[in-house]
Design a binder for this molecule. Sequence first.
Ligand code: PGA
Length: 242
Amino acid sequence: MIVANWKNTGSKELIRAWVDSVSQDIDIVKGKDCVFCPPTCYLDYSKDYIKQRNKDIKIGSQELDSELTSPLTGAISSQMLADLGCEFVIIGHSEQRIHLNESNEILSDKFLKAIERDIIPIFCIGETKSQKDADLTKEVLSKQLDAIQTDLVSKCIIAYEPVWAIGTGDHAEISLIEKMHTYIKEYVINKTKSSSQISVVYGGSVNLDNYKEIYSSTEVDGLLIGGASLDACTFSEIYNMS
Ligand code: PGA
């Protein structure tokens, strides 16, 4: 799968231009989802506009609020995302973990609520630079993975996104990506005592120069792309050539 994460960028005009261009250039292949995650306020608009283009670009939300605190002014529930036709939701992105101080308890609730509505969580995990330098990456990833109910792991996508690689232009080396994807899969399989299929995608400064090497690894099941996904031609090329 290839996911475009627009973060807090976008407008109706930019979305129309992007969807027009991607719909024209992209060859959607069965088994390789093409997922567009616009800002929440444009989910409905994007879904409608994609429908007009009759292209199988799926919609993902960047946001879902935990229902541990309810009522909660300003919150988005899983029922609303399902109502809007979202098929995916990004949970645990490091920018949100840091900004919203999200605990495993909160993330676990979001994860379960999404699954209850048949929305596939893209569950993000990753270490900071100082954790990497202190050789704590595996420990950090394990703790983050403990937030998700591992028997449900086949219903989600795990995104390995080193915090230090996000938006910095400094992507992780393929050897590190492979090592961590293997570790994530082993950790989950050992916990669940099952051989369920686990999809792990990579995110963090993926661009036209590095996507081929990253995606060519059998350990990499997809890409989560932020900055580079804003350019429709770049995104289409990455999707088509991956
Ligand atoms: P980036 O963002 O591709 O701009 O590094 C990835 C992400 O935050 O998901």
